[in-house]
Design a protein. Sequence first.
Length: 427
Amino acid sequence: MSNYIPEYFLADKPSNGDSLNDDSKFILNTPLTWELIEKNLKKSLNTSSTFGQKKTAVKCGDGGGFVSSVILLTFDWTPNSVELPEKAILKVTTSDSVAGIRRTLKQGQDEKQLLLEKAAQIHDNEFFIYSKADQDWEFPSEIGMPKFYCGISFDKVDLKAGYFLVEYIPDVIFVQYYHNLSVSSVKKAVKMIARLTAHVISNQRIVQEHEETTSPGAVAYLEGAYNVQTCHNNLLNMAEKFPKLKKAADLLENLVPIAADFEKRLKECLKYCSYPSLTHFDCHLGNFLWILNGNELSPRAIIDWQTSHTDNPLVDLVRITFTSLSKTDFNENIYSLIKIYYDTLKKYSIEKLPWESYDEFVRSFEHVFPLVATRMAPLFALDQFISMILTKVPVDEHPKAAKNIHEKMEAAIEFAVKCVQKWEIRF
């Protein structure tokens, strides 16, 4: 499965049961109407053209969009113009979608008003990032941020939803946790996130503006998603299902009070960089858009910025490395990937780095890694997590897909233990 990208991961394939044509008032199963989207998009594009009869809505992004609905819209502009986008990606977030993911990950059940608040926090954060990245913050083209068209902040009263429209990037491929990417592909992704961090380091107003607007909301959302008892239970479940990891689970149990408390985890991670940066945070392989170059995947864009906030940027490096590689490739290449990140950061940063030296940088990574892995990796042992990830995978491929995920979990847990033992990390 390492180099196998099934056809159903192509972005413009409709999901089963979704109609390509939508002549109804509402766009698929969302609370959004075609009229609302047309009105706001026309204003953004400064056009008098209208949507035609052949407009379509297709749910896309199989294997992703767990917290939001991702829909490919085709507009059929009348009259048409080469300056108008033929298609765009609509991302919609509702409180119902937040409730679903929290149930799946055993994060608890919340009252409707609290769910609305959580949905607003993550939508408004991502909406803000996309609206600023292209023009105002001038993210490097290497980051591949889709062009932003329009959107609205979360409406808690009428729509009980938030949305935005961004550029449709054709011919992209979605991958998931069960895909093992090549080392070469992951090197490119590592360089991409290093370029992002270098840009933010060199433009500190980005962090300031984010801190003054939506970053605190994302932090509040994440604080509600972290739970010490849940993390403890997940470690026990992992040890029970994978007995060879029991000693590792026992060792990492010491980290749970910090790793599973978002505020404490953040504070601890920030000890290992002299100043924080904008961090994507959910920087796993499924939150990149990939394109096929010959027989190899290359990252085209980083997406899903809902939980981005101010943090130690090495959190992103931790997540992209252990979620993308096979256990063998991770073990053999993790330090070369760390070096690539550091070298790219030095090359493109015009300000002093948050680490005095490469040795200090490695030390930081080795302290951040176990704090991230202790909470995240045991999720891979949860039956409900595996079921969610494998939803679109043919049943006969489930065993191998699950095996790939479990081996990534093993790699992360074992490396976390090495870091803990090397630095004698205790809390």
